[in-house]
Every structure is written in C-alpha cells, then in structure tokens.
Design a protein around this ligand. Structure first.
Ligand code: ATP
Ligand code: MG
Ligand code: MG
Ligand code: MG
Length: 569
C-alpha cells in the first residue's frame, strides 16, 4: 500500500468521550469512526485488522472441524418466543417491526436461529455431532456502550453452536473448543487466561471465559501466581472463600413457599427446562443485629446432578414467568422472578452478587425494591439458609485452592466464552433427533463465542505505549512501514520503492509512506498507527545506510542498505 493513495487519516486530537487507550488510538489512528453511540464504521485499515483476526479464527475453527455458516442477522421474534427469551432477554434485545407489522429482532446471539436451522435437517443420531459457526454482526442495545470497540452496541462476534447425542460427546467438543481458543488467542500474540465462569441465567453445567489481561478490563479475575488456576471473581467467591464466621441468621421464618416441590411440576406449567430449578423459597431472616431481611432465593438443580451438587447450587435465575392465572392465584407481582412472580410483600432481593440480584427483578419495577449483593448465600434443599456477609472479597494474597500459592487479583477483558448449554434451547424448541433405539431426544448443545471486534481493542489495551498502538505482528495491518525521509530526493524514493516491491513480493505486509509530509509527522504516525517495524530511508542512504526501528522496544539499528531486506523479512 502506498500511503499517499491510502484512505488513512490520523488525528491529533483525542476524542472527547474516549478514555481507554484502545478507543483513543483506534480513533486517532484512523481505524474507526463513530456513527452513533456504540456503532462504528471501519476504515480500510480497520477492516484489515478485523480480517486478520477473522482469518486466524476461521483457520483454527475449520481445523477443529467446525463448519462456517451465515445466519440471518434479523431473526423472527417468534423464534425468541419459543424459548421464552423474547421477554427474558430484556432491553438489550432490539425488537423491530416490518411494514406488515411482523416482529423481528436484531440478533444479539443466535441460539434460536441455529436450533431452528438444525432441527430442520438433522433427524438422526447418525448426523451428529455437528458444530456450526459464523463470524457475523451482532446487536445488543447495551445500557452503557463505552470504550469504543470494547463495548459496542453493533459488534462482530464469532459464534459457534454444537449439537450432540450424548453429554460425553459435548464434553469432548467443549474441550476441543477450549484448545482451539487457546490456539487462536496465542496466535494473536495475546496474554490471556482461561477462567472458570458462572453459568448464569442460561443455566448449563460448564462455562469458561477467556480473559485478555489488561488493567482497563471490566472483569475482575483471580489468578494464581504459581499454577494455572484462574477464576472469574464471582466463581472464586463462591468456590474458594473460606466460610469462616458467617453471620448466622438467628431465626428463619418461612413466610412463603410456592406449592411446587418437584421439578416435574415446575416444568409442567412453564417453559423452563427441567434441569433449571428445584424449588423457590421466600424467607424472613432476622440477623444477630436485629436487622430483618426478606429473601427470595431459588434452589437450582439439575436432574442429572447428584444431590450434593444441587445442595450447593443456590442462586437466582431469571426464569420464564408464570402464566397470568398462576400469578394471580398466588397474589404475585408479575415479573421474571422465577416461574412464580414475586410475592407482593417482598421488598428485599438478595443474591450472591448484585448483578444477579438485579436480574431477578427484571420485568418488575426496580425502584420498588432494595436490591443487594449479599456476598455468599448458602442453602440446601431442606430450605435452611445461611447468609455469609461481607466475605464477597477475594483478597490479594489469599491462597490458591489448587496449589496454595498466593492469589493475585487482576483485570481482564472477556474476549471469549464457551458454554455447555445442555438441552436448555433444544427442549423448549422441540428440537429432537432419534437415538439408536428410535427414541426422540432433544439435542445436547454447546455454544462458543469470541468477541471479534472487541479483540481489536483488547489487543491494543495490552499492547500500546503513550505514543500509540504496538500491534502484535500476527494481526498488524502492515508489519513494515517504509518511511521516505524526503520524497523530493530521487535516490530515497527509488530505494524505498524497490524495497517495497521486494517485500510485497515476498509476502510481507508493507506500507510505503510516500506522502509529501515532513519526517516528524511520518514518524509520529508510524508510532500512533502502530506498525511493528519501521524502515527509514533518509539522508544516511548516501552512505549506504538505512535505519530500522522496532516499534515495541524502541530500538534503532543502522543497517547496511543491501541487507535491510533480510533484516526485516
Ligand atoms: P460482557 O460480560 O462483556 O457483557 P457477555 O458475557 O454479555 O459479555 P457473551 O454473551 O458471552 O458476552 O458473548 C460472547 C462474546 O462476545 C463475549 O465474550 C465478548 O467477547 C463479545 N461481546 C459481548 N458483548 C459485546 C459488546 N457489547 N461489544 C463487543 N463485544 C461483545
Ligand atoms: Mg453482556
Ligand atoms: Mg460476560
Ligand atoms: Mg459471556
């Protein structure tokens, strides 16, 4: 590429709303232009980085046997009604209507679409397993789009969905996807950790996140200083905190227990997959200090998990709401509070962490409630409840549950997330196959996401200095920037042109800065835009020398002009 002809324009000014390095440098470096909040245009150079990342992802996904598809970006609302997510998804889901009044959504994720595709074709266990992926636009109407590409509203995701006949086969694919993701992020030159994550509202039994370490990350993660233990802070809290000195409740008075005791009964009148819930209980807890709290909590179980697991599985889940009659009969406030709605006397919503507690009242009027993240809730199927308060902190130096070395708490950017979905989508969507005995069974599924456009920003958060971006070679738009010191000097132009041609022919991604700019701004742009290697063809050419700069280390080498080609190859 010749810069003089290239649609690339850098800016001196930092955009007003930009605070993170990636946002600042992507805009100043001419990679993206804001269109609206959380929505961006990619310029040619921005598109190049995007394509480099896509190519790495595609190569590894294809190698792992996944098959690329392209699902429609706009999907019928009806599909979302089948799983109950039409309502449950909340305000991040952008609902639209066509001229005939038919309802659609802009896809924030594509479980419904892909289940619909697969149930249409796959009828027998012989056609399984299958893993379909796409690299496509997503839209989530994020409450606070921010940090440029890190949290956009329109963004690009690689999303994959696998379908299996057995849990074992899902486990195999899940592990394969983890390995594949590790290859992908390593190839991109990123420092990342795989962390145990919360299965959250989608349910399921396994969930891992891939976190790029960067102090601007929005996620807190706990990593071991010695071994490979790493966990999302929510999981770390739940699994690894010593349960010392809990504030035991003095008295627990059960003031409301829905008359639904068994999984089967629950799933009879809701679209809730059976393996989601065991029981919901509302209690009044009186603490040592006399404080009273009304607590709604859900025991989450899985019919395939042993009892012990179910015992620990406490948490809030935003489940599908009950039928209107059920709500009315029970005197409940409609909302997404489990299948039961909310008892009208409930004022406190407590869950392990605030986010989940907030999710609980989704659909009801949040102002009406005291919403709180308690720290750690523990309960068992008999309905005994203990609240561990103020221990929701994993401290620096706490010991690793795996090897005993001190833990570190650090910030990460979630760039990937893999998930065992089980039958959470196939069951409500009635997506079944015939097993070896001719019996219809719902597909057992996994899903695997990568934030493709977020990765561009994450790579910069990890690789920059106060002058600009320092691209890892693998995803750099151009690896070598040949800077002509003075374009009026024919010897400089001729040498630079020849080197440029040789490098391009050798397959090195090269840009030739042949603009009639002064040398200073050219160097500033080299640093801002972030090319790994600079070759300066300037005055010293007369003595047979050119300068090679390493963007990362800042080192400058004087190199004989005849060996510069080998040097930068
Ligand atoms: P977050 O916790 O950051 O909101 P998420 O858990 O909601 O992300 P997933 O549903 O797991 O996201 O989606 C898969 C991947 O898509 C995420 O791991 C992330 O890399 C990317 N992603 C999610 N939301 C956004 C967004 N608003 N902008 C850019 N990338 C995103
Ligand atoms: Mg999100
Ligand atoms: Mg997340
Ligand atoms: Mg996620």
């Amino acid at each position: 590429m010749r810069w003089s002809r290239f649609f690339l324009y850098t800016l001196k000014e930092t955009p007003k709303d930009a605070v993170t390095p990636s946002h600042i440098y992507l805009v100043r470096g001419g990679y993206i232009k804001q269109v609206a909040a959380g929505i961006y245009d990619f310029t040619p150079i921005g598109k190049m980085v995007l394509d480099n990342i896509r190519a790495i992802i595609k190569e590894e996904m294809d190698k792992a046997g996944a098959q690329e598809v392209m699902l429609s970006f706009i999907t019928p609302y009806e599909l979302w009604e089948e799983t109950g997510r039409a309502k449950k998804y909340g305000d991040e889901l952008l609902r639209i209507e066509d001229r005939k009044g038919q309802k659609f959504v802009l896809s924030p994720t594509n479980e419904e679409s892909v289940v619909d595709l697969v149930r249409n074709y796959v009828k027998s266990y012989k056609q399984l397993p299958v893993n379909l992926y796409q690299i496509n636009l997503k839209f989530r109407d994020e409450a606070r789009p921010r940090f440029g590409l890190l949290r956009g509203r329109e963004f690009i995701m690689k999303d994959a969905y696998s379908f299996h006949a057995t849990r074992d086969d899902l486990d195999r694919e899940f592990n394969l996807m983890q390995e594949t993701y590790e290859k992908i992020f390593s190839k991109m030159g990123l420092d990342f950790r795989v962390v145990e994550a919360d299965s959250g509202a989608i349910g399921g039994t396994g969930s891992r996140e891939f976190m790029v370490l960067a102090n601007t990350g929005e996620d807190d993660i706990v990593v071991c200083s010695e071994c490979n233990y790493a966990a999302n802070i929510e999981v770390a809290k739940r699994n690894h905190i010593k349960k010392e000195n809990p504030v035991k409740t003095q008295e627990i008075e059960e003031i409301y227990t829905p008359d639904i005791k068994t999984i089967d009964e629950v799933s009879k009148f809701t679209e809730t997959p059976k393996d989601f819930i065991v029981k919901a209980v509302v209690k009044k807890a009186v603490f040592d200090n006399g404080e009273e709290e009304i607590v709604v909590f859900f025991l989450r179980g899985n019919d395939e998990l042993e009892e012990t697991k179910a015992k620990n599985a406490v948490g809030a889940i935003d489940l599908v709401d009950a039928s209107e009659e059920e709500i009315e009969k029970a005197g409940l406030i409609p909302g997404y509070i489990g299948p039961f709605g909310l008892p009208s006397n409930i004022k406190y919503i407590i869950d392990d962490d605030l986010r989940m507690a907030e999710e609980l009242v989704c659909g009801a009027n949040k102002k009406d409630y005291h919403i709180k993240g308690a720290g750690l809730l523990d309960a068992n199927l008999l309905g005994n409840l203990t609240i561990y308060r103020d221990i929701a902190k994993v401290k620096e130096g706490d010991l690793c549950p795996k090897c005993g070395a001190p833990l570190k708490i650090t910030k990460g950017i979630e760039v990937g997330h893999i998930f065992k979905l089980g039958t959470a989508y196939s069951e409500p969507m009635n997506a079944t196959f015939l097993d070896e005995n001719g019996k219809a069974k719902p597909f057992i599924m996994g899903c695997y996401g990568i934030g493709v456009s977020r990765l561009i920003a994450a790579a910069i958060e990890q690789n920059h200095d106060d002058r600009g971006i320092i691209w890892p070679k693998e995803i750099a738009p151009f690896v070598v920037d040949i800077i002509v010191g003075d374009v009026k000097k024919t010897d400089q132009v001729e040498f630079a042109e020849k080197l440029y041609e040789d490098l391009v022919n050798a397959g090195v991604k090269t840009i030739l800065d042949d603009r009639t700019e002064r040398f200073g701004p050219k160097i500033a742009d080299f640093e801002l835009v972030g090319f790994p290697v600079g070759v300066i063809v300037g005055k010293k050419l007369k003595n047979g020398k050119v300068e090679v700069r390493d963007r990362k280390t800042g080192e400058k080498f004087e190199v004989d002009k005849d060996v510069v080609f080998e040097k930068v190859m």
